[in-house]
Ligand binder design. Structure first.
Ligand code: ADP
Length: 162
């Protein structure tokens, strides 16, 4: 069985992520969307909230699992029997970092390969940080995230404003 892992912060999940997930789920027998529980990185949503928003977005797919992980991605991949890491590439700016990560991961675990899916052109500008910025100024985020995620974002920023 071809098990692929799509790791990321997903803070929060956007239509750009969903597009990659949908396409990767057609390549993989089983796709694991893995949320990095990174204590160094300050995130708007807790890991549980991010998991929940992802699950809500992908519920129509039956070969996708959503989990969180800590520590090295390659160790997590080994524990899941996965040999393919999926990453999305938006622009040249993503490339240098992604190349470095993919090569490091292969040095750490020679059986692992990273597969890059090119962003859908219509989402090439889209990132979780931009969505958060727009949401913080109460801008229209309906083109960036699902209505469910948009509500959660509104809730976050309303709560901060109280
Ligand atoms: P990370 O913090 O690991 O970069 P992100 O949640 O920002 O995690 O992104 C996870 C993956 O999804 C990365 O490979 C990123 O390049 C990809 N990605 C994010 N936004 C888009 C998008 N709009 N189109 C395609 N890929 C994307």
């Amino acid at each position: 069985m071809k098990i692929c892992i799509y790791p990321g912060s997903f803070d929060p999940i956007t239509y750009g992520h969903i597009d990659i997930i949908e396409r990767a789920s057609k390549i993989a027998d089983k796709l694991i969307v893995a949320v990095l529980n990174n204590f160094d990185k300050s995130s708007l949503f807790t890991v549980e909230e991010r998991l929940e928003m992802i699950r809500e977005s992908i519920k129509k797919y039956d070969n996708i699992e959503v989990e969180s992980f800590e520590g090295l991605l390659v160790d997590y991949a080994k524990s899941k029997g996965a040999r393919i890491i999926i990453r999305g590439l938006r622009a040249v700016t993503d490339f240098e970092y992604e190349l470095q990560m993919a090569q490091t991961n292969r040095e750490l675990y020679s059986d692992i390969d990273t597969m890059f899916l090119l962003t859908n052109l219509k989402y090439s500008y889209l990132s979780s940080s931009v969505v958060k910025q727009v949401a913080s100024y109460e801008g229209d985020i309906s083109k960036f995230v699902t209505p469910y995620v948009a509500e959660k974002l509104k809730g976050k920023f309303n709560r901060y404003n109280v």
